[in-house]
Design a protein around this ligand. Structure first.
Ligand SMILES: C[S@@+](CC[C@H](N)C(=O)[O-])C[C@H]1O[C@@H](n2cnc3c(N)ncnc32)[C@H](O)[C@@H]1O
Length: 188
């Protein structure tokens, strides 16, 4: 546990610039970077563990993916914006250099594309920090409900209110910072 904390602290300085905000995807998406301390708390609340399959939907500069990989998860991020995807690749090289020098073995995959095109059925933990239109949000909530397997957790980051879903809200939720949901045994 201490080793994981240390790894997370080692990569923090790469992401220390003030929060950025800008539109992406021709105005349909909104990029806002999240704070590392809040990411860590959300990942711990979802009980992300070594070996878990983790996906960040709309991964920006990759910081959430790297934090999940530092925990030992098989971490993937999907980002539509090409500039942010390239920035994530660049930051990923810095993260790998720091953490692999300390002996960590990392599993990181950064994909450029639309997350609606990817199945989430194998994921153990999904992170979603929305910035897009409310219509697209409803679509993604539906996809999550339909595809997440029983026991998978969903971190809804910076959601002002908990959306109505069949998934269970876990006590580790800390609104307005994050809600954590768990898919139940029945998908109905
Ligand atoms: C609020 S930012 C979150 C960035 C990162 N997850 C973080 O927490 O620092 C949302 C990101 O999702 C991306 N995005 C929105 N819709 C997307 C889609 N359908 N497919 C892929 N990326 C998308 C946006 O370009 C933006 O970078």
């Amino acid at each position: 546990m201490e080793q994981i904390e240390l790894r997370l602290e080692l990569i923090d300085p790469i992401f220390s610039e003030p929060p950025r905000v800008r539109y992406t995807m021709g105005g349909e998406g909104l990029y806002m970077s999240s704070r590392m301390a809040e990411i860590r708390e959300a990942l711990a609340g979802a009980k992300l563990s070594a070996g878990d399959r983790f996906v960040d939907l709309g991964s920006g500069d990759g910081r959430v993916v790297f934090a999940a990989a530092a925990v030992g998860a098989r971490a993937m991020g999907i980002e539509a914006d090409p500039t942010l995807h390239d920035l994530a690749e660049e930051r990923g090289r810095a993260v790998r250099e720091i953490l692999q020098a300390g002996g960590a073995s990392l599993s990181i995959e950064l994909m450029r594309g639309n997350f609606f095109d990817h199945s989430l059925k194998d994921a153990d933990v999904v992170f979603y920090y929305s910035g897009g239109s409310p219509i697209r949000q409803k679509e993604i909530y539906r996809k999550l409900e339909e595809e997440l397997r029983p026991g998978a957790r969903l971190i809804l980051f910076r959601a002002k209110i908990a959306p109505e879903m069949r998934m269970e809200i876990l006590p580790a939720s800390r609104p307005p910072f994050h809600y954590i949901f768990r898919q139940g045994t029945s998908q109905k």
